[in-house]
Design a protein around this ligand. Structure first.
Ligand code: FMN
Length: 183
């Protein structure tokens, strides 16, 4: 089975997450390859898709949403999992969990309008001061956020293992308000 792990990145952390997921799926016996979505012009060569994007402004990068739109018919007919790489773990304080849950929901609902998927996972990536403009850095500090690499590799591997286990025939769509099936 050929699995495309497609990613869209601004600063590279989502690429590394995608490569890690592909390697892990490979260890579980699937033939998976990680590629930037914007370079994929043979999407129908794959039987399943694990697609992820960096999050900017609580949304996927436009190039990633373009991939979903332009391959919509194909993606509706085959199993799809989606992941978003944001910064929930950069947050501190009592609202951290609520904010992460809210963002997860916003992203999942947004994506569900573009393509049915079996599961969505919001992961933490990498945030450095140089990634943000001055106003963004000020806001970031006011929110009490921390810079750093927050990727949780065991959690990422756990999610990939779950995909490898779940990978089977039959559509199971995400329905807003009913939770993500892969959670
Ligand atoms: C301009 C900008 C806007 C961002 N907006 C969000 C956001 O709304 N929500 C979030 O969780 N993370 C946000 N982030 C954090 C990134 O999603 C995170 O750093 C991620 O690891 C970036 O992935 P990349 O290295 O593949 O570009 C933002 C980062 C930048 C640079």
């Amino acid at each position: 089975m050929n699995v495309l792990v497609g990613y869209a990145t601004a600063h590279g952390s989502t690429r590394e997450v995608g490569e890690h997921i592909a390697a892990r799926l490979g260890e579980k016996g699937l033939r998976a390859e990680a590629r930037p979505m914007r370079e994929v012009d043979d999407a129908d060569a794959y039987q399943a898709y694990v697609l992820g994007s960096a999050v900017h402004g609580q949304a996927w990068l436009e190039e990633a949403k373009d991939f979903l739109r332009s391959n919509s018919d194909l993606l509706r007919s085959r199993p799809v999992w989606v992941f978003s790489v944001g910064m929930p773990d950069a947050l501190r304080g009592p609202w951290k969990r609520t904010a992460a849950r809210k963002e997860d929901d916003v992203l999942a609902k947004d994506l569900a309008e573009l393509v049915p998927f079996r599961g969505h996972r919001l992961l933490s990536g990498v945030i450095r001061p140089g990634h943000l403009p001055l106003t963004g850095r000020v806001f970031f500090r006011l929110m009490g956020c921390r810079y750093g690499d927050f990727r949780d590799w065991p959690a990422i591997e756990g999610w990939a293992d779950r995909i490898a286990r779940e990978y089977g025939p039959g559509p199971r769509e995400y329905r807003p308000g009913h939770g993500s099936p892969a959670e």
